[in-house]
Design a protein around this ligand. Structure first.
Ligand SMILES: Cc1ncc(COP(=O)(O)O)c(C=O)c1O
Length: 434
């Protein structure tokens, strides 16, 4: 069966597809896709470990782990059993006025895992919403304390924090969708990360000038993910902590990409020895099984809401907050982090990625090869035919999905040596043939 471009082949592209696909395809709208020219998505009938099984029986080795969520591989029996058990007992009850064991257990466990006094967990159902909540928390924290309270944030070039309005506004204004939504998005102070003297001085000046307008600093610690898979040093995070303290701002770490072992430690902030005031989590939280996110606040931030005044309550409350099914999946995922050597696996992946991607150095158009934890990146000067490149990886039997100018791997932390070698070999082969 050929999976061709819809625009090349029109309805012919649907030939041989399962009925559910042919009849449903005209009614779905894909993410970030020009629907006229995008390749139709591959019909997936099953997943197993690090494999994606297509309707025609082909198996692809997955290099992305479903936008880096499936950290234990797909269909882990421990998570599956926990979800099935919870579905029989109680899939969901509202979190307003009612508590469920899975959510409270998860909150306790996350508080114990996170560094410092990050101990109050506010649940939601997606990463973008967790970021929205973090921004609202920071703004309301200062207002509750009686100050005028700034409503702007220091944000960074190359940053990505999600697609909802507030999250888009704190993402990179050039690379994100800002330009499309002019007028909708609030203005923030967007700067280069303070990686050298000049950028540090620029940040200090901006803080000096605007401190009264600013509520906080938001950053993806160590790795800016969807904005281009760019890495920075732990020293940057220590600098941001010091500046946030000096100007009395809240420091928000968005660990939605980096959390749960992706960079080799459970949370990226551990590598810097820095405790933020607020952290956002999602993606690997449920091991890639159910949508769930958390915004976790330090004791100081929580105390800013502790009052006899009802207007000081945090004004947010998603319908599916604390969903018992998703929290059961997350608890089972944390069991696996406790019982199985995930962080050692991430470090072993790091070592293998360095070796496996080394042959990409020097290939035509390759400008950088970099690895951090279970993240491998080959940066190109540019990619003209993204769809074509994606199709060539599928022809090699792997699911690798380049974006912008990067070809990257964020596999399950459980990936076998052979499967990882298939991925790195395919990348070298496809890029050599470009
Ligand atoms: C660092 C970071 N923050 C926020 C988000 C948004 O998460 P979601 O897609 O679940 O809304 C993402 C998604 O890629 C992310 O990588």
């Amino acid at each position: 069966m050929q999976y061709a471009t819809m625009s090349d082949d029109g309805p012919k592209a649907l030939e041989g597809m399962p009925n559910w696909y042919a009849s449903g395809w005209p009614h779905v709208w894909l993410p970030y896709a020009q629907m006229k020219t995008a390749s139709p998505p591959l019909p997936v009938v099953r997943t197993e470990g690090c494999r994606i099984v297509l309707a025609d029986g082909r198996q692809l080795v997955d290099g992305i782990a479903s936008w880096w969520t499936a950290c234990h591989g797909y269909n882990h029996p421990h998570i599956r059993d926990a979800v099935i058990r919870q579905a029989g007992l109680m899939p969901h009850v509202m979190f307003g006025g009612l508590a469920n064991e899975q959510a409270l257990t998860l909150a306790r466990r996350l508080a114990a895992l996170l560094p410092g006094d990050l101990e109050r967990v506010f649940f939601s159902e997606s990463g973008s919403v967790a970021v929205e909540i973090a921004l609202k928390m920071a703004i309301q924290y200062f207002r509750n304390r009686g100050g005028a309270g700034g409503s702007q944030f220091v944000t960074f070039r190359g940053g990505y924090h999600g697609d909802t309005t507030g999250a888009m506004a704190v993402s990179d204004p050039q690379d994100s969708m800002h330009a499309l939504f002019t007028g909708l998005l609030p203005q923030h102070v967007n700067l280069a990360l303070p990686t050298d003297e000049a950028s540090t001085a620029a940040l200090e000046q901006a803080l000096e000038r605007n401190a009264d307008k600013i509520a906080g600093i938001i950053v993806e610690p160590l790795v800016q993910g969807a904005g281009g898979m760019r890495f920075h040093d732990a020293a940057v995070l220590r600098k941001l902590r010091a500046l946030a303290d000096r100007y009395q701002l809240l420091l928000i770490f968005d660990e939605i990409f980096t959390g749960f072992g992706r960079t080799g430690t459970m949370f990226a902030c551990e590598q810097a020895g820095v405790v933020p005031d607020i952290v956002t989590l999602s993606k690997g939280l449920t091991g890639g099984t159910l949508p769930l996110a958390a915004t976790v606040a330090s004791r100081r931030v929580f105390e800013g809401f502790w009052s006899d005044d009802p207007r000081h309550a945090l004004m947010h409350g998603p319908t599916y907050m604390g969903n018992a099914l998703a929290c059961a999946a997350a608890n089972a995922s944390l069991d696996l982090f406790e019982r199985e050597p995930r962080l050692a696996q991430a470090r072993a992946i790091e070592a293998q990625l360095w070796v496996g991607l080394a042959s990409c150095h020097g290939l035509s158009g390759v400008t950088d090869v970099r690895v951090k934890g279970a993240i491998g990146v080959v940066e190109l000067d540019r990619i003209d035919d993204l769809e074509g490149l994606r199709r060539r990886f599928i022809a090699e039997g792997v699911f690798v999905r380049p974006f912008g100018s990067v070809v990257y791997l964020t596999p399950a932390l459980t990936i076998g040596d052979d499967e990882l070698a298939r991925l790195t070999t395919a990348i070298a082969k496809v890029l050599r043939a470009r």
